[in-house]
Design a protein around this ligand. Structure first.
Ligand code: AMP
Length: 192
């Protein structure tokens, strides 16, 4: 099994974010789960990859050529795929992984998380999508998502697809137990 981790190219404002990324990397490696990630050395990306490598795990990076210098391509990975564009990166990361985890991060992290979640909602893939809510980082987003359900823009079964845990062990247990919902995004003509 391999999991794709989306995370910040920054460290964040407190040491707990780096520690959370390291804890996830270690736990994946010790559980025999390969890591697929953006391939960089910077920020939480580097932290999760280094921790997984130190614990003897498989780490696969996927990086668009224009970012190899900016995000500093990691030279010590099991494999580093250098691709032509951001779209190729995201498609390859999604293909290589059996599920997705978002750590704290910024705009790139959110974009990646919501893309794989919306693909899952449309039934394009059956893979679990999750958040490691380090230090309650995502509490505000989770509350907003509940608001969105309340306002009728997301169906409850689609909201419930997003697995969320504070601890890597609990997160991995729930990822392994995940079953995709049977509710389709688009209503049938006779439901209207
Ligand atoms: P960030 O969370 O903004 O620090 O970015 C985390 C990772 O997301 C980086 O490796 C970015 O290259 C990547 N990323 C993926 N898609 C995008 C996008 N549309 N815009 C910006 N960054 C992105």
């Amino acid at each position: 099994m391999r999991l794709c981790v989306f995370c910040g190219s920054s460290d964040g404002a407190a040491p707990l974010y780096r520690e959370g990324a390291q804890a996830l990397g270690r736990h994946l490696a010790r559980s025999g789960v390969g890591l697929v990630y953006g391939g960089g050395k910077v920020g939480l990306m580097g932290a999760v990859a280094d921790a997984a490598l130190e614990a003897g795990g498989e780490v696969i990076g996927v990086m668009p050529r224009p970012l190899v210098e900016k995000e500093i391509g990691h030279a010590g990975l099991t494999t580093l795929h250098v691709v032509g564009s951001m779209h190729e990166r995201k498609a390859m990361m999604a293909d290589l992984a059996d599920g997705f985890v978002a750590l704290p991060g910024g705009l790139g992290t959110f974009e990646e998380l919501f893309e794989v979640w919306t693909w899952a909602q449309l039934g394009y893939h059956p893979k679990p999508v999750s958040l490691l809510n380090v230090g309650g980082f995502y509490d505000g987003l989770l509350a907003f998502l509940d608001h969105v359900v309340g306002q009728g823009f997301v169906r409850e079964p689609h909201r419930a697809m997003l697995i969320c845990a504070q601890d890597p062990a609990e997160l991995l247990t729930r990822i392994r137990a995940y079953e995709p919902p049977r509710v389709v995004k688009w209503v049938q003509a006779n439901e209207r």
